[in-house]
Ligand binder design. Structure first.
Ligand code: C2E
Ligand code: MG
Ligand code: MG
Length: 581
């Protein structure tokens, strides 16, 4: 039975007498006392009721009863932890002599009333006990409430409110505990950094509510995979950390990690959506791989990043090389922050030729970074760093302005028709003022927007958010054309191209490399050209290095080509000489 707050507050008085008439008489006297009256006709029944009833404020106990008299009942009540505090008033017909009083008090009685009971005395005594009971009950309740509140506060301080999992703070404590245990017992433990792949796009496309549901579902699934001595914590956003103790068997550990991957991979049903997710996991073993517990999280994070780079839905153990790579990255990042102000950035230009006649029609602007200490750093390496640090916005804007400025000069000097294509990261399009940057640069340099092209990546095509579509449209309305770079390497298909205002597709170099040896690549190149033409788009082939590749593209009616076969990317002055020839 569920006891309500009200039931709990109402005290009860137990009347014990073997004679029903006596109980009845006492009950009548207690009519105006605010309490429930319970009756027992024997010592045994009284004991049973006492144990069962938690609101007993007092007991009125007849002394003379068959089998078990009042004194025996009192003694037994005093022996029980639960009942020893309940006040008892003995009701006795026996005349009140010294020995009786003594016997009563040693068995724990509080008071005596003799029969025939005088109503005023009984009511006065009982009222007093009731008052005492209420005070005590109130105090107890207050104490309970405070304990509950403290428990709750403590819980909230180290738990994540969404998933109910331990939070970061608690995780740090658990790591500390696991470390000292491992040191003491000469054991190892593993720290798993689990990051969901593609969670952000779920949040963006299906909304935060669904995103939250997904996180809760994943938390439950992961929880089922840990043992009592392990910890699963939510580290932040879509990151979870698992601390696995007792991992003597490395095969078993790998098995457990694979279970985590497949638990995340299972379809999540949140009506009406069916959501597919995966996870990337980085693992660090203490003390085998590092003996500095403070670095455990950083290192498993680095390993997780490697798992992402390896294509996601997989795991990587931390290694020394990763540590070196991470250090190098931090070092490069430090220098990159000053690259612009120190004039270390330049732009090189790679000619693009028309397949039909081999004439140069444009150039692609490619960023170069030369640092006195690091030397020449390839863009494939530093662009991702610029992206993750946010530097890409200022660098991207600079590349754009620099390229169109130099292009204007070349066109004037050589009196040529020439377009320039500038690469832009998806992040630049996420900056709401990107189209303004483009427009301002065009106005300032008095450039014909038709001579400009911006190369976007395939991943941008997958983003059909309103802001992104708007930004693309505004840029297109300026007269700038858009092309999709490295086409074929991402996850998009030509159908994505249809809904974006894109005019040109650049076939990735990896497919061109397969000509003429890979039949498959050749079929793909042919198909991309045919389908793009079907959508009234033009095609540029990247990375032409050989005569054979060039011949193949001519045969397939590719529109434009670019590659070392014609020219490497050149500094502006070399470009001018190249163009003059
Ligand atoms: P991408 O836009 O696909 O540029 C083509 C890359 O292929 C360039 O590498 C170019 O030098 C190289 N390449 C061209 N023809 C050949 C060839 O025949 N053989 C070989 N082996 N390679 C060829 P690069 O300059 O190292 O740039 C790498 C990537 O860095 C670019 O790929 C682009 O994604 C990115 N990037 C370069 N500059 C910028 C920039 O200003 N902004 C952004 N966001 N990304 C840039
Ligand atoms: Mg490009
Ligand atoms: Mg490319």
């Amino acid at each position: 039975m569920v006891q309500t707050e009200r039931d709990e507050q109402r005290p009860a008085i137990l009347v014990v007498d073997d004679i029903a008439a006596n109980r009845y008489a006492i009950k009548r006297l207690l009519t105006y006392i605010d309490a429930d009256i319970i009756e027992a006709e024997s010592g045994h029944e009284a004991l049973a009721l006492t144990l069962r009833n938690h609101n007993l404020a007092m007991i009125l106990l007849d002394v003379q009863m068959p089998i078990m008299d009042g004194y025996e009942v009192a003694e037994m009540l005093r022996a029980e932890r639960q009942t020893k505090h309940i006040p008892i008033i003995f009701i006795t017909a026996v005349h009140r002599d010294e020995s009786h009083v003594l016997k009563g008090y040693t068995s724990g009685a509080i008071d005596y009333i003799t029969k025939p009971v005088q109503p005023e005395i009984l009511v006065a005594k009982i009222s007093l006990f009731m008052e005492l009971w209420r005070l005590r009950y109130g105090l107890e309740r207050e104490v309970r409430a405070r304990i509950n509140l403290e428990d709750k506060n403590r819980y909230m301080a180290d738990h994540d409110l969404l998933t109910d999992l331990p939070n970061r703070r608690r995780l740090f404590q658990e790591i500390e505990r696991a470390t000292s245990r491992a040191d003491r017992e000469k054991k190892e433990f593993a720290l798993l950094f689990i990051d969901l792949d593609g969670f952000k796009s779920i949040n963006d496309s299906l909304g935060h509510k669904t995103g939250d549901q997904v996180l809760i579902t994943i938390a439950h699934r992961l929880e089922r995979l840990i043992r009592k001595s392990d910890t699963l914590a939510r580290f932040g956003g879509d990151e979870f950390v698992m601390l696995l103790t007792d991992i003597d068997d490395s095969n078993q550990l790998t098995g457990r990690i694979e279970k985590i991957l497949s638990a995340v991979k299972k379809t999540i049903n949140i009506e009406p959506e069916e959501i597919e997710l995966s996870a990337s996991i980085g693992i660090c073993i203490y003390p085998d791989q590092i003996d500095d517990p403070a670095k455990l999280l950083d290192y498993s994070d680095i390993a997780m990043y490697k798992a992402k780079q390896a294509g996601k839905n997989t795991f990587r153990f931390f290694s020394e090389e990763m540590d070196a790579a991470a250090h190098k990255r931090i070092h490069v990042e430090k220098h990159l922050r000053h690259a612009m102000e120190n004039n270390e950035l330049t732009v090189h230009y790679q000619p693009v030729v028309k397949v039909a006649n081999g004439d140069p029609v444009g150039v692609e602007a490619l960023l170069r970074w030369n640092n006195p200490e690091l030397g020449s750093v390839p863009p494939d390496y530093f662009i991702p760093i610029a992206e993750s640090t946010g530097l890409i916005h200022s660098i991207g804007a600079w590349v754009f302005e620099e390229s169109i400025t130099q292009l204007a000069v070349v066109k004037n000097e050589l009196d040529l028709k020439l377009t320039v294509a500038v690469n832009a990261s998806t992040l630049q399009f996420k900056n709401s003022i990107w189209h303004q940057i483009v427009r301002d640069a065009i106005m300032k340099k008095r450039i014909d927007a038709k001579d400009l092209e911006i190369e976007i990546t395939e991943s941008l095509l997958l983003d059909d958010s309103k802001e992104m579509t708007h930004q693309l449209l505004v840029i297109k309305e300026l007269g700038v054309s858009l092309s999709v770079d490295d086409f074929g390497t991402g996850y998009s298909s030509l159908s994505y191209l249809k809904r974006c205002p894109v005019q040109t597709v650049k076939i990735d170099r990896s497919f061109i490399m397969g000509i003429p040896n890979s039949k498959e690549d050749m079929v793909l190149v042919r198909a991309i050209i045919a389908m793009a033409h079907g959508l009234e788009m033009e095609v540029i082939a990247e990375g032409i290095e050989t005569e054979e590749q060039w011949e193949f593209l001519k045969k397939e009616n590719c529109d434009f080509a670019q590659g070392y076969y014609f020219s490497k990317p050149l500094p502006i002055d070399s470009l001018k000489s190249w163009l003059r020839k």
